[in-house]
Design a protein around this ligand. Structure first.
Ligand SMILES: Nc1ncnc2c1ncn2[C@@H]1O[C@H](COP(=O)(O)OP(=O)(O)O)[C@@H](O)[C@H]1O
Ligand SMILES: [Mg+2]
Length: 202
């Protein structure tokens, strides 16, 4: 089992709580820094797992395209080997990022949706539907609309906190159950998203 806490500390951040457990496919921590009280860092479970890395890169790509949705955590930073991006975080100077892959995003204070709990009230249904439609428009399907990927904040607003692993037409993912997203698979995943919205909302 990986322990990323020393690595996170080497960037000048303090891990506060591990949010992921054995059911997750990545390592997710709530952290703090001198500049920011709370944020989330997500790392691959295993650096040899190419699909785990794919999911984190895909999530970064998506978060940067839906930054105008205020119920999706803001992208705060990204480290991919020697390339880094920050939006309000200081990664520290003289840090060696060789081989590192990490995604930083806003932390949402609240609680995960219970199993089978519905998404309702406070505009939550229309928010969810407009996000899924936007992702479909951008060519992304197969969104993981699992209850554990939603957080209800203290005002009752439902946030979608995990946009990892979403598929795109033409994706080739040899280490995934869906190896190749051809047109038929793409359409199937799109219908699956609509079916899942129905289950969640109605
Ligand atoms: N931005 C966030 N704010 C609050 N909690 C979060 C956030 N991101 C993730 N979590 C919590 O951490 C858990 C694991 O994160 P997630 O991104 O879903 O990892 P995985 O891709 O491995 O499923 C989520 O189920 C959620 O409870
Ligand atoms: Mg998840």
């Amino acid at each position: 089992m990986a322990n990323y806490e020393p690595l996170i500390r080497s960037w000048g951040f303090e891990p506060i709580e591990k949010l992921s457990d054995d059911s997750n496919t990545s390592y997710v921590y709530r952290c703090s820094s001198p500049k920011k009280e709370s944020f989330v860092v997500k790392l691959p479970e295993n650096y040899l797992d190419s699909d785990g890395k794919f999911c984190i890169r895909r999530e970064k790509d998506i978060l940067s395209r839906v930054s105008d949705f205020d119920f999706v955590p803001k992208l705060l930073g990204f480290i991919d080997n020697k390339s880094t991006y920050t939006n309000g975080l200081d990664f520290g100077s003289d840090v060696n990022f060789q081989g590192v892959l990490a995604l930083f995003k806003e932390y949402v204070f609240g609680r995960p949706l219970e199993r089978e709990e519905k998404v309702c009230g406070f505009g939550n249904q229309s928010n969810l539907i407009s996000l899924v439609l936007r992702l479909h428009d951008l060519g992304f399907v197969g969104i993981d609309l699992n209850n554990s990927n939603f957080i209800m904040d203290d005002s009752g607003k439902v946030w979608i906190v995990d946009l990892g692993g979403v598929y795109r037409h033409g994706d080739y993912r040899p280490d995934n159950v869906i190896r190749h997203v051809d047109m038929k698979t793409f359409d199937r995943l799109k219908s699956q998203d609509f079916k899942r919205i129905e289950e969640l909302c109605f």
